[in-house]
Design a protein around this ligand. Structure first.
Ligand code: BTN
Length: 149
């Protein structure tokens, strides 16, 4: 048990190092997975807050084969510790468009989490069907473990 103590200390420090301190910034850049199993990569956030990325949804309304789709977004720059943001996903395999808006938070364990709401606009053949063409929902994203940081 005496020999186990340094090992536990190393384990504790290694696990703790993965979380962020409360003062650190919640960054959008990186690889994320949401509660539906969808994967998203956000590339570099530019100085003005704009960013691009790619989205591989795990689920779809469209019956067509799912493929990776580009996203285009922007974040606010006032509160870099927990910024608000929005992005559009231009689905490559369907005629729909999704918009997400949300905020990047650091939770009590120092882990980053994106709390979002989305609208999914389906294509409508006629005006009379417009009322059923927009879906709304929530997604939570967690940062994926990076093999190399
Ligand atoms: C389509 O079916 O026409 C496009 C795919 C839509 C996927 C939606 S967007 C909101 C929700 N969150 C996800 O990660 N996927 C679904």
């Amino acid at each position: 048990m005496v020999q186990a103590t340094p090992l536990l200390l190393v384990l504790f420090l290694a696990l703790g190092a993965q979380g962020l301190q409360a003062t650190e910034q919640c960054k959008l850049t990186g690889h994320w997975q949401n509660d539906l199993g969808s994967n998203m990569t956000i590339y570099e956030v530019k100085e003005n807050g704009d960013f691009t990325g790619k989205y591989l949804t795990a689920v779809a309304v469209s019956p067509l084969k799912i493929v990776e789709s580009p996203l285009l977004g922007s974040q606010q720059l006032q509160y870099l510790s927990q910024p608000t943001f929005g992005f559009t996903v231009h689905w490559n395999f369907s005629d729909s468009i999704s918009v997400f808006t949300g905020q990047c938070f650091v939770d009590k364990d120092g882990k980053e989490v994106l709390k979002t709401m989305w609208l999914l606009r389906l294509h409508s053949e006629k005006l009379a069907d417009d009322w059923k063409a927009t879906l709304v929902g929530y997604n939570i994203f967690w940062r994926k473990k990076e093999l190399m940081d």
